[in-house]
Ligand binder design. Structure first.
Ligand code: PMP
Length: 394
């Protein structure tokens, strides 16, 4: 029986037309509702926030702070636990730099982490311990349980892998971290667009995400941190909007989250992100996740029928299929697919250590979103048949 994937929102994405965009894990295309919100915010409604005494500025301030509430609701947090950042990268850097180490100099990461969940810890002077993967490409939590110790300040895991699509049992990861009083940071870049996240229920201490992967604008993202943890962290950038009182002798600072948002913020980014969250909630994360799961299943089934494609990652990966075409460099695969109007990602996906673990220089990655269809999958499979014909290994 043919797999069904019935979500029908493609018409809402002006970028798509008949283009088979299978790189949503890198960045999501934007629905018209988000583009409209951005246009209004920069047009009819535009003014600064937090400072103006005139009506338009107070309205803009309300809209900006409303975006914080929306994101807080979206992940089950309170608004005073949401710091707006440039994205997940900046969010993780903020924690790595500003969280007091309290005598613990190590961070437990996994073998599948994105560079942005590796390098910030290194720059902040932490030693990394690396949890291995199971044979099907998940973070091995049994191993993590044996590895975590009192020396770990943070356990920092991807909630969903951007390469393999593996979904973490985040509840269990929290228990493992807390068993040694370490904190759990989830890199939520790939979970925010598709999984229902309740940070309190999971028990995670930090959660980082990027607006542009969530159908919103680039340049805006967020750090969730439990409020008392954010309060324990000193400010990192100084400037306007984060101070309580400034003199030439010394200055005092606002409470979190404002103390981490120096300068004029990305006002329109936050408003666009709010529109994106509303759009996703209008469809429902469960519906999006189910839809993508069907597309993943259809892709894996079709690629398994070929004899020279090796599928990577677990069967139930979230919206992502990574694979190798035997004897063909991923960049060649990507270029031939591009000629056929199919955009995939070919490379190390900012996870070079994972490539070493998988024993490949790079992978091909097809990633789905709410607008993806079985027609996209067919185009991918046709394109890959063409790759195999060209390289004579079909
Ligand atoms: N973590 C993961 C799992 C990602 O997929 C990405 C983006 N590829 C990042 C972190 C970094 O996100 P950004 O570049 O938006 O800060």
């Amino acid at each position: 029986t043919r797999i069904r994937a019935d979500l029908d929102v493609r018409d809402q994405f002006p970028a798509l037309g008949d283009w088979h965009y299978l790189d949503s894990a890198a960045t999501a295309q934007k629905p018209q509702a988000v583009l409209d919100a951005i246009e209004l915010a920069y047009g009819r409604d535009y003014a600064t926030v937090h400072r103006g005494v005139y009506q338009r500025s107070s309205d803009m301030t309300l809209a900006f702070e409303d975006a914080r509430f929306a994101l807080a609701r979206y992940i089950g947090a309170s608004a005073n636990e949401i710091v707006f950042t440039r994205g997940a990268t900046e969010a993780i850097n903020l924690v790595a730099r500003q969280l007091p180490k309290e005598g613990r100099g190590r961070v437990l990461v996994s073998a599948l982490e994105h560079h942005s969940n590796i390098v910030p810890w290194q720059l902040a002077g932490y030693q990394l311990d690396v949890v291995p993967l199971t044979t099907d490409g998940r973070i091995d939590l049994d191993a993590a349980e044996g590895m975590v110790s009192e020396e770990h300040r943070v356990v920092a895991f991807a909630h969903v892998s951007n390469v393999l699509g593996s979904i973490l049992d985040a509840r269990r990861a929290a228990d493992i971290a807390h068993s040694k009083d370490a904190l759990l940071l989830l890199d939520g870049c790939q979970s925010a667009p598709r999984l229902t996240v309740e940070v309190a229920e999971i028990g995670c201490d930090f959660y980082a995400c990027s607006g542009h992967k969530l159908y919103g604008p680039t340049g805006i993202g967020a750090l969730f941190g439990r409020h008392e943890l954010l309060q324990s962290m000193p400010p990192w950038q100084g400037g306007g909007a984060m101070i309580d009182r400034v003199s030439f002798e010394s200055s005092t600072f606002l409470d979190a989250p404002a103390r981490f948002e120096a300068g004029t913020p990305h006002i329109v980014g936050a408003i666009g992100l709010h529109a994106a969250i509303d759009w996703v909630e209008g469809i429902g994360r469960a519906a999006i996740h189910n839809h993508e799961t069907s597309l993943v299943a259809a892709t894996r089934e079709a690629l398994r029928r070929t004899n020279s494609i090796r599928l990577l990652g677990p069967e139930d990966s979230a919206g992502i299929v990574s694979f190798e075409v035997e004897g063909v460099h991923p960049h060649d695969v990507g270029t031939i697919l591009d000629d056929a109007g199919v955009a995939i990602r070919a490379g190390h996906h900012c996870a070079q250590p994972l490539m070493d673990v998988l024993g490949v220089p790079a992978t091909c990655r097809a990633s789905f979103a709410a607008h993806s269809t079985l027609n996209d999958v067919d185009a991918l499979v046709d394109g890959l048949n063409r790759v195999q014909r060209i390289f004579g290994n079909g």
